[in-house]
Design a protein. Structure first.
Length: 308
């Protein structure tokens, strides 16, 4: 077998330096369980916190495949750092989408983020999975000046560090909205970070909103039905999430392949796992395209799926 673990297509050598720096500090950060300042500084120093920004604000103008590789490389070095960065960038992507729709408030927030003055994160699991229909789901109601939020963001990464939360609520009629809510807004409180079995340094916690007022300019999208289906606002579980798993898998493969140079009994499983990793990585970067075409000569016979 090739005694080198499979890798992503090369982007630039600085990514390897980023992985090495993150890996060196990862264990210390996770054991401490407090905010991983060193990991975040490494991301800042390598320009990773600018990856999701538009080119006009200093972003790299990277395509989706390049971003997937970048996130995977971060996860290879530190899963904690990857969780924090992807949630940070998820907030930025939603602000960028709103900026594209002419939202002046989103443009103002992005300018401050680009200057390193604001740390954003997302609190949207109440619209997707966690407690979506439960008693603590985030409720939005219309008010004279805009809207009022009551409820909770049940799962927010880096909550204690963030200055801005991109979150969502549901109105009585089922419509939803996404809004940018600053940390100092009256009625918003950040609960202590969860005591997790692992990844405690991600400082994930619940945020409670009690009568939090939103002005019209705070709203990024909506109110409308299912705002998470709006183009540019893909929900959780996207390619970035898969990239984190692939990054961690490659980190394990690097160790396994290295150990196989000293143990012949590991050669076969290392080879098989390396082949599986290559297949998964290829599918993640260049997934087959599904094209639906009518079946010929049969009325109401359904559709044929063609992989290209």
């Amino acid at each position: 077998m090739n005694r080198t673990a499979p890798d992503w297509p090369s982007l630039d050598a600085s990514l390897d330096a980023l992985v090495a720096s993150l890996a060196e500090s990862d264990a210390i950060a996770d054991e401490a369980g407090s905010w991983p300042g060193r990991l975040w500084s490494i991301l800042v120093d390598h320009g990773a916190t600018r990856w999701a920004l538009p080119e006009a604000l200093g972003g790299p103008s990277a395509d989706r495949a390049s971003l997937v590789i970048r996130y995977a490389k971060v996860a290879e070095g530190s899963l904690v750092a990857a969780f924090i960065l992807t949630q940070h960038d998820a907030a930025i992507r939603r602000l960028v989408a709103a900026r594209g729709e002419g939202k002046a408030s989103a443009d103002a927030w992005l300018a401050r983020i680009a200057k390193g003055k604001i740390f954003p994160t997302v609190g949207i699991s109440q619209l997707t999975t966690s407690r979506r229909h439960g008693p603590r789901a985030m409720v939005a109601r219309e008010a004279a000046s805009g809207f009022v939020l009551d409820g909770a963001m049940p799962w927010v990464t880096a909550a204690e560090r963030a200055d801005l939360f991109v979150t969502g609520g549901v109105l009585d009629d089922g419509r939803q909205l996404l809004a940018a809510v600053p940390r100092d807004r009256r009625g918003l409180s950040v609960r202590p970070a969860f005591e997790l079995a692992a990844l405690g340094a991600s400082r994930t916690s619940e945020i409670v909103c009690e009568g939090v007022s939103l002005d019209r300019e705070d709203v990024l999208v909506g109110p409308s039905m299912d705002v998470m289906s709006t183009p540019g606002l893909a929900g959780t579980g996207g390619l970035e999430t898969s990239a984190l798993a692939m990054g961690q898998a490659r980190a394990a493969l690097v160790s396994l392949v290295d150990e196989s140079t000293r143990r012949d009994d590991l050669i076969e499983p290392a080879t098989a796992l390396s082949d599986a990793w290559r297949d998964a990585a290829s599918g993640l970067l260049w997934p087959p395209r599904v094209v639906l075409t009518p079946r010929p000569r049969r009325r109401f016979a359904g559709w044929r799926t063609t992989w290209r």
